[in-house]
Design a protein around this ligand. Structure first.
Ligand code: GLU
Length: 303
């Protein structure tokens, strides 16, 4: 059943890739092939089923925001984390500066760039980027995760907008760490190289309350998982989060590299790679596939 639904979803997704476009805001991401597509489901019984390119590496981009957020919650606790970042959807683009300039301008949530930079400001004084790669490897059950230096360099060479956000946040006291160090940390995290399978694995850990169901190892505290899943549900899909919540109904996070991670509480993690994006920056075929899978398997949280 699972296999059949996955294959049907893949076929539907394949038809959609032509209507999207790969990210071009940095040259390195523009090199992706918009026809690429992969979907992987990791279940609590240790099964991993997939269709398409599930072992192909791509950069995690914004999905790294959930890893940074989880590390910050574990190291600092929610009170400290939410002192400098909010928990409300923004309704604006991921890299918006618009509202930051206002008097009370706490970044909306840890999933938009401004919020993620606040988190990275905290973290870059607490751990090294090597520590973060280790967290990513452990939580994604993928020892091969590395930092894609080409994407890192491409992003660092085209950083004006993110730099503007970070300096604005620094001027207002939301970032107190060194701004350039914070930015480098943030871009390194975006450049982690993952696969659809690694995202499915991380989704499964988040689905199982932070426990790896294969080994029973506790990888994340239940409180962290609850907060991360909630923020993913409300804010994970850029300014398309509301429509996505209605149509798919699963905590999810996307990245402009074409990845999406979805969490099905108690049962499975879903990882997607599909670099053709819709106008909001979400994998166009990824959304199609998730909607199909959610409908056919009755996965909507309020369905
Ligand atoms: N590296 C990207 C940026 O900060 C991440 C964007 C994304 O995936 O939403 O601009």
């Amino acid at each position: 059943m699972l296999n059949r639904v996955l294959n049907e979803a893949f076929e539907k997704g394949k038809e959609k890739t032509q209507y999207g476009a790969v990210a071009t805001y940095i040259p390195e991401l523009g090199k992706a092939d918009k026809n690429d597509l992969g979907v992987c489901i990791a279940t609590q019984y240790g099964m991993c089923i997939s269709a398409g390119q599930c072992e192909k590496r791509f950069t995690i981009q914004s999905i790294s925001k959930i890893i940074s957020f989880a590390v910050a919650l574990e190291k600092l606790g929610p009170d400290k984390v939410f002192e400098r970042v909010g928990m409300e959807p923004s309704g604006d683009a991921f890299n918006s500066l618009m509202k930051l300039e206002k008097a009370d301008s706490t970044p909306h949530n840890p999933m938009v760039n401004a919020g993620a930079m606040v988190i990275c400001g905290y973290l870059c004084e607490l751990c090294t980027i090597e520590d973060m790669v280790e967290y990513a490897r452990r939580w994604c059950l993928d020892d091969e995760i590395y930092i894609d230096e080409d994407v890192f360099a491409s992003e660092m060479a085209n950083l004006s907008r993110n730099r503007a956000i970070a300096y604005l946040l620094h001027s207002k006291g939301y970032i107190t760490a060194d701004v350039e160090k914070t930015l480098e940390f943030y871009v390194n995290m975006c450049s982690l190289s993952v696969t659809a399978k690694s995202l499915a694995n991380l989704g499964l850990i988040l689905a199982c309350n932070g426990v790896d169901p294969k080994t029973n190892d506790v990888l994340l505290q239940p409180q962290t998982v609850k907060i991360v899943n909630t923020i993913m549900f409300t804010c994970g899909m850029y300014d398309g989060a509301g429509e996505f919540a209605l149509k798919v109904g699963l905590p999810s996070k996307s990245g402009v590299g074409g990845g999406i991670i979805s969490v099905v509480k108690g049962t499975m993690g879903i990882g997607i790679y599909g670099p053709a994006l819709d106008v909001k920056g979400n994998s166009i075929a990824g959304i199609e596939m998730l909607q199909y899978i959610s409908e056919k398997l009755n996965l909507h949280m309020f369905g």
